[in-house]
Design a protein around this ligand. Structure first.
Ligand code: ITT
Length: 192
């Protein structure tokens, strides 16, 4: 079975990525904490490529990375690429987001997820992206998921991501959509 490193330090993401990749005959390995990749890209896709590629080279193994974030229209796309750096904990980040948005009536937002798979020499051989549209609530709702999930509301389902069972989040989320797009190629890959 091929070993693939899941190049993330975010436990919430890791849990979802492992679930989505679970049907493949891959042995998934967690990225060692000491490998820390600087996210200097100007897009989610550039950062996903950087993370996959640098982790693959450091370990001489296949690596898959996700770079994602929340873009809020009334904040001109913030926190965007800086979603993880917007505060020091999930609670802090949500609090800052709600503070900056205040009582804005335009609460449109989208979650974006880019995924890249690198072979052991660092070359990217597959990449994709997914987007999920929603709105930002004024107060958090739900206890599932991670990150900004309690304030990200999907009107079509009348639920926040944090109120959805994992399979429903997979079906509708930026990450679930990105993985669904790439799964046929991942299934047919033979990693050596
Ligand atoms: P790695 O780079 O190690 O993967 P990270 O948390 O730094 O971990 P990113 O740079 O991609 O990851 O930042 C993504 C931010 O967006 C982070 O604050 C997440 O909590 C948040 N985020 C991404 N996907 C999310 C989701 O499905 N639900 C809630 N928040 C999410």
């Amino acid at each position: 079975m091929p070993t693939v490193v899941v190049a993330t330090g975010n436990p919430g993401k890791l849990q979802e990525m492992k679930a989505y990749l679970g049907e493949l005959d891959w042995t998934l390995k967690l990225k060692p904490a000491e490998i820390d990749v600087e996210e200097t890209g100007e897009t989610f896709l550039e950062n996903a490529r950087l993370k996959a590629s640098q982790v693959a080279i450091a370990l001489d193994q296949w690596a898959i990375a996700d770079d994602s974030g929340l873009e809020v229209r009334a904040l001109n796309g913030a926190p965007g690429l800086y979603s993880a750096r917007y505060g020091s904990s999930d609670g802090d980040r949500i609090e800052r987001l709600l503070r900056e948005l205040g009582d804005a009536t335009d609460r449109q937002a989208q979650f974006v997820c880019a995924i890249a798979l690198a072979q052991p020499d660092g070359q990217i051989i597959l990449e994709t992206a997914g987007v999920c549209l929603g709105t930002i609530l004024t107060t958090p709702r739900g206890s599932g998921g991670f990150g900004y999930d309690p304030v990200f509301y999907v009107p079509a389902l009348a639920k926040t991501f944090a109120e959805m069972p994992p399979a429903q989040k997979e079906q509708h989320s930026h990450r679930g959509i990105a993985f669904a797009q790439i799964m046929p190629q991942l299934r047919s890959l033979s990693l050596t």
